[in-house]
Design a protein around this ligand. Structure first.
Ligand code: SAM
Length: 233
């Protein structure tokens, strides 16, 4: 991986960490061909032409765009979870499932308001490289529930598992033509009744993911999988 500012006039200089990996772990040498993604949709085949103890630079031989990317843009708003490990599991798997952007949510029942952005970014980059994507999902700063209700995606859904309310199954709403959607998932304690009502008033549709109560990160990944299977094959 090399961010866009590592590219200049047909050359790429790998960031320090990636250069170290290329030299010490993969043992690349001058003349080797490698694939580098830029995280904004570019996939590049390079020939390494300057390799020394600290610097790895390559000349671009071929560029393609949107390699490994889905045709739709799904944003998941997942409440910050008490157990960071669960939120991080979600981050890694969300990349694999093609999620476009992630918004950590602060809701009435969230017990945490921050997370380690540097660590999260490293996880996202590793997952992007591992699964063959060319885009790094955007990881937004934590946003309040009331703020995200103003979002403008054409399809806006809130996952809610409370029995006794009329619900539609998520996948019943999905069709291959959907280009952009936002899905909200609550924290361990769920959304409050007031939040559910606010979301409905703001135009969100309530959706179910089946009869069982899923952990929040599982619910988020099931929602992402439903989009993936509906749209991409
Ligand atoms: N005790 C909480 C409650 O009753 O609301 C459980 C919350 S659940 C662990 C965390 C979040 O995952 C929920 O707020 C919801 O967004 C989502 N979720 C879990 N299971 C679901 C299901 N079967 N259908 C839809 N959403 C679900």
């Amino acid at each position: 991986y090399a961010p866009p500012d590592a590219f200049q006039n047909g050359w790429v200089r790998l960031p320090e960490e990636e250069a170290h990996h290329a030299l010490r772990v993969l043992r690349h040498r001058t003349g080797d061909e490698v694939i580098v993604v830029d995280g904004v949709g570019g996939w590049h085949r390079l020939r390494l032409e300057q390799v020394d103890r600290r610097t790895v630079q390559g000349r671009i031989l071929e560029t393609r765009y949107e390699v490994g990317e889905p045709s739709y843009r799904l944003t998941i708003g997942l409440a910050l979870l008490k157990q960071t490990a669960r939120f991080e599991t979600f981050l890694e798997k969300a990349v694999e499932l093609g999620v476009h952007a992630i918004v950590p949510l602060i809701t009435a029942r969230t017990e945490r308001t921050h997370f380690r952005l540097d660590r999260a970014r490293r996880l996202l980059i590793a997952a992007m490289k591992q699964c063959g994507r060319s885009r790094l999902p955007a990881l937004h700063a934590p946003r309040s529930f009331t703020d995200i209700l103003n979002a403008s995606e054409p399809l806006r859904l809130l996952c809610h598992e409370q029995p006794g309310r009329p619900r539609q199954r998520l996948h019943a709403l999905l069709q291959p033509a959907i280009e952009e959607a936002l899905v909200l998932i609550g924290p361990e304690g769920g959304f409050t009744e007031q939040e559910v009502q606010q979301a409905e008033a703001a135009g969100f549709q309530l959706v179910s993911l089946g009869a069982r109560r899923l952990r929040a990160e599982t619910a988020a990944l099931v929602a992402a999988s439903a989009f993936l299977l509906c749209q991409e094959m």
